[in-house]
Design a protein around this ligand. Structure first.
Ligand code: BV8
Ligand code: ZN
Length: 261
């Protein structure tokens, strides 16, 4: 595993940080086997986002949208958090406050053990009635039997995710903006940075004085505005970064003063 070149500035800012915000997108889960949205193998390669991730699409063709989410839920039920998710859990032992602000709906950060996770775009494991809002447990998904109906009002059941044109959950958004405004360092990891307002989180952090590093195999819009771009997959870069931080924290025996001299 090739160690990545991290700048001294990033390492020093992380080593002295009280609060760090990690802004993640679909690339964070790519190493777990969850397809991204816009990559060549992306789940949107066959459809356009507007044809699936909108209330209009759901009302026009509920079965198609429900099956798409059932397909993604089935993929997510078979995957595990990867070394990148686990590195962010380990980071909690080195930094007083680590806030994960994720665009992902796959629940992998929480399953890895991260304790502060703000899900800006919802969570595919939760569903609710599009008419009366009652929560609905999907259990074993049977997409083939058509879109489930609400036991209270007969309304269509939908995934608890934020579709295009829908507002982000207010509490999650407010908490994420507060965390970004108070961060010493912001890492954006595995996101194309094209969806708003989520993609403004690293900008809010940097404007408030945070050091912003972008982690991605390919530079994108977020890399342009960042203090540092770290090229590589999250499942390699993040464990490398946490290892370097642990080394900085562990006084080397070579430099410890000799006893009694
Ligand atoms: C809003 C949940 C206020 C569902 C998603 C017209 C009308 C209304 C709104 C708009 C409009 N025009 C524009 C907007 C705003 C719109 C928007 O931003 N559109 C974009 C497309 C231009 N935003 C909204 O609508 C938001 N709401 O604005 O409300 C409002 C309300 C009413 C009226 C007006 C305004 C809501 C947006 C939320 C949409 N929901 N997801 C679901 O998952 O099905 S968005 C979806 O794309 C994901 O959730 C994700 O958040 C988002 C971005 O994708 P990424 O995570 O970045 O993934 P992507 O595939 O793009 O990139 C992967 C990256 O990983 C790549 O960079 C790749 O290089 C990298 N990578 C690959 N492998 C690895 C890796 N990185 C690291 N390691 C690896 N191994
Ligand atoms: Zn209902």
């Amino acid at each position: 595993m090739s160690p990545h070149a991290f700048s001294r500035r990033l390492l020093d800012r992380l080593a002295t940080a009280h609060s760090v915000v990690i802004f993640t997108g679909a690339g964070m889960s790519a190493d777990s086997g969850v397809p991204t949205f816009r990559g060549a193998e992306g789940i949107w390669s066959r459809f356009k986002p507007e044809e699936l991730a909108t209330m209009h699409a759901f009302l026009r063709n509920p079965q198609l949208v429900w099956e798409w989410y059932a397909h993604r839920r089935a993929i997510i039920s078979t995957v595990q958090p990867n070394a990148g998710h686990r590195a962010l859990v380990a980071l909690e032992r080195l930094v007083a406050r680590v806030s994960i602000v994720t665009q992902n709906i796959d629940n992998l950060h929480r399953r890895a053990g991260s304790t502060t996770v703000y899900e800006l775009h919802g969570n595919i494991e939760r569903n609710y009635c599009a008419k009366c809002g009652s929560p609905h447990d999907v259990g074993v998904d049977t997409a083939s039997e058509g879109v489930p109906r609400c036991g209270h009002c007969g309304g269509l059941i939908r995934p608890d995710v934020v579709w295009f044109g829908e507002m982000l959950p207010e509490d999650e958004w407010d908490a994420a903006v507060r965390a970004a405004g108070g961060a010493d360092v912001c890492l954006s990891v595995g996101t194309s940075g094209v969806v708003y307002p989520a993609a403004s989180i690293p900008v809010i952090a940097r404007r408030a004085g945070a050091f912003h590093a972008d982690v991605n195999p390919e530079p994108g819009p977020l890399a342009d505005g960042a203090d540092e771009f770290i090229r590589g997959p999250a499942a390699e870069v993040l464990p490398d970064l946490v290892r370097r931080l642990e080394e900085l924290r562990t006084p080397s025996i070579l430099t410890a003063p000799e006893e009694g001299h």
